[in-house]
Ligand binder design. Structure first.
Ligand SMILES: Cc1ncc(COP(=O)(O)O)c(C=O)c1O
Length: 394
């Protein structure tokens, strides 16, 4: 299946002015996502949010998005909670499990803050965070990981793809190993849902999460937390509110609803959820396999072109087969901020920073890096334009 790039680019008003190569931070929403949100907001403004028939229709639409989200990642509707971002989803898991003193959690040495600090914070409950060293290619060596596991290991929480190395981990194999040892797994799929096919049953993970605003191209304030059905009861919500909680007023008691909706206290972020639904439709229309293949091609091309720049240092796995899209780099003697700002002045958006993945900066002895992260809507020509600008700046 090929990508109809003309049609896709028509849905992106920003292309009149910019080349957008920063989906790892947040993508540009396609017009149908904007339309789904604005049409709700407009209607809400015209008739108010609580006209009974409109409110009912809205809740039914949210339920349809829940079903779509579940199908998109191979889950059941009951296993899906809407969250406003990926960080919150990780906190629901780290904060909701019944930890015992001495339990160990393993994360990778390539995690960004949001999949590191929530686990570190468990030290107040006597839980030890153990950081697994990925190999020189930023990849998990499964034999080493097996040796790293102890009888106290309760959870392996890892980024499917690191936001600052682009290394795509063997998620299924990690989950298989964990399962064999009776260890829970959380896949931080912030950088893969919407980019590669995801099937939670095939991956056999216990928890998986993503924000909606990255590779799915949904709105800010949207995200999905998947909780394996058998574990929903074991995960105590760290927040309580209407919609997720039953109040047994007479007995001065409460309980949580039986599904993953128990992680959605209070009023849903309706425009973002509806936008997420439109984003899933959009990805489905193109086809997730076609998206994956196109980004593979763009990644290979981008790496080749970057290597033609003098002084170029590319971080992440050496083999292109182990990486996708996210391409962090530095140019000898040039600040990543300066390159990024120069590109921005010429209408090309990339990003420079630590990406809150400080261990990756440390391993490379740098303070910052610049990063490309093309998605399927980008073209080879756009990459050429960006490369020419870098050469010109040099
Ligand atoms: C790998 C990774 N994990 C976690 C997060 C945090 O997600 P959010 O910003 O939606 O809270 C991000 C977002 O930048 C990320 O790239």
């Amino acid at each position: 299946m090929t990508i109809d790039i003309k049609k896709i680019q028509k849905d992106m008003p920003l292309l009149d002015k910019y080349i957008y190569l920063n989906t790892a931070a947040a993508s540009a929403m396609p017009q149908p996502v904007v339309d789904a949100m604005t049409s709700y907001i407009q209607k809400q403004a015209s008739i108010g949010p609580y006209l009974p028939s409109f409110r009912q229709e809205t809740y039914e639409n949210i339920d349809i998005v829940r079903e779509k989200s579940a199908i998109f990642i191979g889950a059941k509707k009951e296993e899906i909670a809407f969250v406003p971002n990926g960080s919150m989803a990780i906190n629901f898991v780290s904060g909701g499990l019944p930890w015992e003193k001495g339990d160990e959690v393993i994360v990778l040495d390539t995690e960004m803050l949001s999949n590191y600090v929530p686990w570190l914070a468990l030290k107040q409950q006597g839980v030890h965070l153990k950081v697994f060293k990925t190999n020189l290619n930023y990849m998990v060596d499964l034999e080493k990981l097996e040796k790293f596991i102890t009888p106290k290991t309760k959870m392996i929480a890892f980024a499917h793809m690191s936001n600052a190395s682009g290394a795509l981990q063997p998620a299924k194999e990690i989950c298989q190993l964990a399962k064999k040892k009776n260890i829970l797994t959380l896949i931080n799929a912030n950088q893969t849902v919407g980019l590669i096919p995801i099937d939670v049953r095939d991956l056999d993970c216990d928890f998986l999460l993503t924000s909606g605003r990255k590779w799915l191209r949904g709105p800010e304030g949207s995200g999905i937390l998947y909780v394996r059905e058998e574990l929903i009861q074991a995960l105590t919500p760290i927040m309580i509110g209407w919609g997720s909680t039953n109040w047994d007023y007479r007995n001065d008691d409460y309980s949580f609803v039986a599904t993953a909706k128990r992680f959605e206290p209070g009023c849903p972020v309706i425009p973002s959820i509806l936008g997420l639904g439109a984003a899933i439709d959009y990805a489905n229309d193109i086809g997730i396999h076609a998206i994956h293949q196109q980004v593979k091609r763009l990644t290979t091309y981008l790496l080749e072109q970057l290597q033609s720049i003098e002084g170029m240092i590319i971080y992440g796995p050496q083999q292109v087969a182990n990486r996708l899209s996210i391409t962090p780099f530095n140019i000898e003697g040039i600040s990543p901020d300066d390159v990024t700002n120069y590109l921005a002045q010429h209408g090309v958006i990339i990003e420079a920073g630590t990406f809150m993945a400080n261990t990756i900066m440390e391993r490379n002895n740098i303070n910052k890096m610049a990063r490309f992260s093309p998605h399927y809507f980008n073209t080879f020509k756009e990459i050429d334009d960006a490369i020419s600008l870098i050469k010109e700046f040099r």
